[in-house]
Design a binder for this molecule. Structure first.
Ligand code: 5GP
Length: 114
């Protein structure tokens, strides 16, 4: 069964897309928790970072973080900074089980997160 993010990637569900390449997509979170809240998602369906084993997983995670940083730059977030978050499993607060990174910016972030 495909995830809600795969449906967005396929154009079956609308989303406000920020940037798209063959292997990655970035779109605005439907329920933003910061002035800028963008999700960066690999086209490949992998549930979470813990599922990214071996050289292929290493490449995917590297590419995902690199793409997230590019998107953050293009959103104008470099000067003030931003946060990248990936939630994993129940205690991590993950609600969509398709690997993704949250880009959050536009305000100072607290620490520790809730
Ligand atoms: P997680 O809780 O798994 O770390 O993050 C999932 C994120 O996906 C949440 O912030 C949630 O608001 C967002 N989200 C869930 N469904 C949709 C959707 O259909 N469209 C968009 N743009 N974001 C979604």
């Amino acid at each position: 069964m495909s995830s809600i993010f795969t449906k967005i990637i396929r154009g079956e569900i609308p989303a406000k897309v920020v940037k798209r390449q063959d292997d990655m997509i970035a779109f605005h979170d439907v329920n933003p928790q910061a002035p800028v809240h963008v999700l960066v998602v690999p086209v490949q369906e992998v549930a979470a970072v813990r599922d990214c084993a071996g050289p292929e997983g290493q490449a995917l995670l590297g590419r995902l973080m690199q793409f997230a940083a590019q998107v953050a730059t293009e959103l104008g977030l470099d000067a003030d900074g931003y946060r990248l978050v990936t939630n994993t499993g129940r205690y991590g607060g993950q609600s969509v089980f398709h690997l993704h990174v949250h880009i959050m910016g536009g305000r100072p972030m607290g620490w520790p997160p809730g």
